[in-house]
Design a binder for this molecule. Structure first.
Ligand code: SAH
Length: 340
């Protein structure tokens, strides 16, 4: 039996056509689920009983459950239990302009970035689209609020779970679904270049962020094994092609690791890589974890790096820190949980 939150509106329309019903019934179901937040199919009162019965036979609306929650004033971190007793995380951050959620895309991650807690935990499986949609639904219910933007930057490599991520984006972006505008959705990838090309061809106006973290192959190979498959020049070509196909700006993420990638010569290298391109660089203060030897760059080094990039004409921001007190780096909460 399939989970009803797994279907795009088009898929639900096809379902209704296949059972001899009008396709606008899909819109009605979407309104119950995503606007009225009614998850009991028997209460979908504008559908006749035989349709409700048929739906109940074909679908469930089971939700993933909150296993643990940690809160400081601006951040809520959730650990979810899935139906097969795996765990994933999501984080909510409150900003001046609204609240954003960082969702997980996979159970574990195979990218094995050296500084990343999730990378220590091998991928167990993809998340289904409904398991990503439900991270939003369950948290909105728990906090009794509306989340205005979504970043796909939790556990997992989203482009390694491409089909389900696209389905997830379509569901939350649908005007009858969660109505989260594409420009409020950001997908972050470590650089699976062929999938970036696939993404660029889809008519989705979402934001793309690339986890770069190093301006040359030697350093990037040491930090991110994916670079041995898609090296920097392949990635740079992918970025250029993405920019020209979509016309949309890309965010370059650069996590600041003390004495590893924070030397000024690397800022110079970065500047020459990206000069004149429609990108901006987001410097991310590293969240230290208990298991990994990396340390966060000092404020002074981060500022010097920032100034150097600015002087070279690049758009740069430093990521505001969230949830340092509650181990908000992705994978940290899950890592602290014994698998059952
Ligand atoms: N796999 C995707 C998305 C998940 S990781 C990607 O690589 O982009 C989201 C971002 O968090 C990446 O930029 C990742 O490099 C970064 N990250 C991982 N561990 C971190 C930590 N401890 N502190 C700060 N950023 C971290």
């Amino acid at each position: 039996m399939r989970n009803l939150f797994d279907l795009t509106k088009e898929e639900l329309e096809t379902y209704f056509l296949n059972i001899g019903e009008k396709k606008f019934k899909a819109t009605q179901v979407y309104e119950w689920l995503y606007q009225k937040r009614e998850y009991d199919i028997s209460k979908f009162s504008n559908l006749k009983k035989e349709i409700r019965d048929k739906l109940t036979m074909d679908f469930n609306t089971n939700l993933i459950t909150i296993e643990k929650k940690e809160t400081d004033n601006l951040t809520h971190k959730y650990l979810f239990r899935l139906f097969d007793n795996n765990f994933i995380e999501a984080v909510v951050m409150h900003h001046d302009y609204g609240s954003s959620i960082c969702v997980s895309s996979e159970v574990g991650c195979n990218m094995a970035c050296k500084f990343c807690e999730s990378g220590r935990q091998k991928k167990i499986r993809n998340l289904e689209a409904y398991e990503i949609v439900e991270q939003i639904l369950v948290i909105e219910q728990d906090l009794n609020m509306h989340l205005s933007s979504v970043v796909i930057m939790g556990i997992g490599e989203p482009l390694d779970n491409f089909a389900n991520i696209i389905r997830f984006i379509k569901i939350i972006n649908d005007p009858k679904g969660l109505q989260i505008g594409a420009r409020h959705i950001t997908l972050s990838t470590c650089g699976l270049v062929p999938k970036m090309y696939e993404l660029s061809k889809l008519p989705l106006q979402i934001n793309l962020a690339i986890s770069l973290h190093a301006p040359n192959d030697q350093l990037r190979n040491a930090l991110m094994p994916v670079n041995k498959v898609y090296n920097l020049s392949t990635l740079m070509q992918g970025i250029k092609d993405y920019l020209s196909v979509t016309g949309r700006r890309i965010t370059i993420e650069y996590v600041m690791l003390n004495n590893v990638n924070d030397k000024l010569e690397y800022a110079q290298e970065l500047a020459s890589l990206f000069k004149g391109m429609n990108i901006y660089i987001n410097l991310i203060p590293y969240n230290e974890t208990n298991h990994l030897e990396f340390k966060r760059s000092s404020k002074k080094n981060i500022m010097a790096f920032y100034d150097c990039l600015k002087k070279n004409g690049l758009n740069v921001t430093i990521r505001k820190e969230f949830g340092r007190n509650i181990n908000a780096a992705c994978g940290q909460l899950r890592g602290s949980m014994k698998q059952v």
